[in-house]
Design a protein around this ligand. Structure first.
Ligand code: KG4
Ligand code: ZN
Length: 340
């Protein structure tokens, strides 16, 4: 029997809906929110209002592109958290309304588990290889930086995580310091392509185990620029590409050092990367290159599935549905990390 899941993602500033049938993507529709760029960051109040406006057309389009009518849906998966509470409330409430009106079960999904299962996202005709359990995932986004051992579709163990800023925040803060726009990650990535990554050195943290820290490297950039500008007020504009390339290389070195350690210690050779920062061209190249040297099978998502999307919520929801893990109608969103 075929299983069709309608999935809804609204944890931050992207409204997305997807239809997944038997683990394959039939549609994945996204509506971004340009409104935040002029404020230099996501404004929660504006994000929830934009979700309210976007959610109906996005779901309607996802159903039309998948060429299904609502009565063909077997369950509604939605992001319960973590994320912005007002944003999560829009998706959760809409999912509940659909569940009641269609008389179909609700399946809550942890947003991070969605990112972690994104290597399983594929379209019907795709013959791409899938990771075997257990695999390691480097989860890098605007809110999280973790190394996770994925034992199963439902079992995840965090081996290490950041003790302060997430790596996406480090990219965004670097962009802010050198007066680029928001979100800064893609802008730093683009400028870094024509810069010299060895031109400048920034301090790296010394943290034990598999944990990360990114606040020191950001401060190191800040102090370095403060001193350099004293001697030459045009220092940033004259060196912008080299600054981006060197800062990006430092972040990637920090990420890779712990990932390599975790792979060596566990002996796991299936290595994935997920989350918004996995769109970074330097990081993608390094993981693939390191994988070739070390005999890893690497799983780097297509750029469409790096940032927040409902397809990853659909795939995680599909496996929860198969395991009978349904949610009741009194389920509420959670803004912080949580276990399910
Ligand atoms: O996963 P995501 O879409 O949202 C969260 O769950 O946080 O990640 C957003 C983060 C932002 O910090 C953004 O700057 C970063 O991903 N990002 C990038 C790139 N594209 C997005 N960072 C570096 N290079 C990129 N190409
Ligand atoms: Zn995310």
């Amino acid at each position: 029997m075929s299983i069709t899941i309608l999935a809804i993602e609204s944890s931050c500033d992207d409204t997305s809906a997807s239809v997944i049938r038997d683990g394959f993507i039939l549609s994945n529709i996204m509506a971004g929110q340009d409104i935040h760029s002029k404020w230099g960051g996501v404004i929660p109040e504006l994000a929830s209002r934009a979700h309210q406006k976007n959610i109906l057309p996005v779901i309607d389009t996802a159903l039309r592109v998948a060429d299904i009518t609502p009565d063909r849906i077997d369950a509604i998966a939605f992001t319960r958290g973590p994320g912005l509470l007002g944003s999560l409330l829009v998706g959760t409430s809409f999912a509940k309304g659909l569940s009641i009106s269609l008389d179909r079960p609700l399946v809550e999904v942890n947003h991070l588990q969605g990112h972690l299962l994104s290597p399983f996202l594929r379209e019907q005709e795709s013959a791409a290889a899938l990771p075997s359990f257990p695999f390691l995932s480097l989860l890098v986004s605007g809110g999280h930086t973790q190394i996770v051992r994925v034992d199963d579709y439902l079992k995840f163990e965090v081996l290490g995580e950041t003790i302060d800023d997430a790596v996406g925040e480090a990219f965004d803060k670097c962009a802010k310091i050198i007066s680029l726009g928001y979100p800064g990650g893609p802008l730093v990535d683009r400028l870094a392509k024509s810069g010299n990554p060895l031109k400048f050195k920034f301090s790296k943290p010394r943290i034990s185990g598999y944990n990360y820290s990114f606040s020191g490297v950001k401060t190191s950039l800040l102090y370095f620029l403060r001193d350099s500008i004293k001697d030459n007020p045009d220092f940033i504009t004259q060196n912008i590409n080299d600054l981006c390339a060197s800062f990006q290389k430092t972040l990637i070195d920090i990420l890779m050092e712990k990932l390599i350690k975790a792979a060596d210690d566990t002996g796991i050779k299936d290595i994935a990367v997920a989350g918004g920062v996995s769109a970074n061209s330097g990081l993608r190249e390094r993981i693939i290159c390191e994988g070739e040297r070390r005999g890893w099978r690497t799983f780097v998502p297509s750029v469409n599935y790096t940032t927040d999307n409902a397809a990853m919520i659909g795939i995680a929801g599909y496996y929860r549905y198969l395991a009978g893990l349904l949610s009741s109608l009194d389920v509420t969103p959670v803004s912080r990390s949580f276990n399910i």
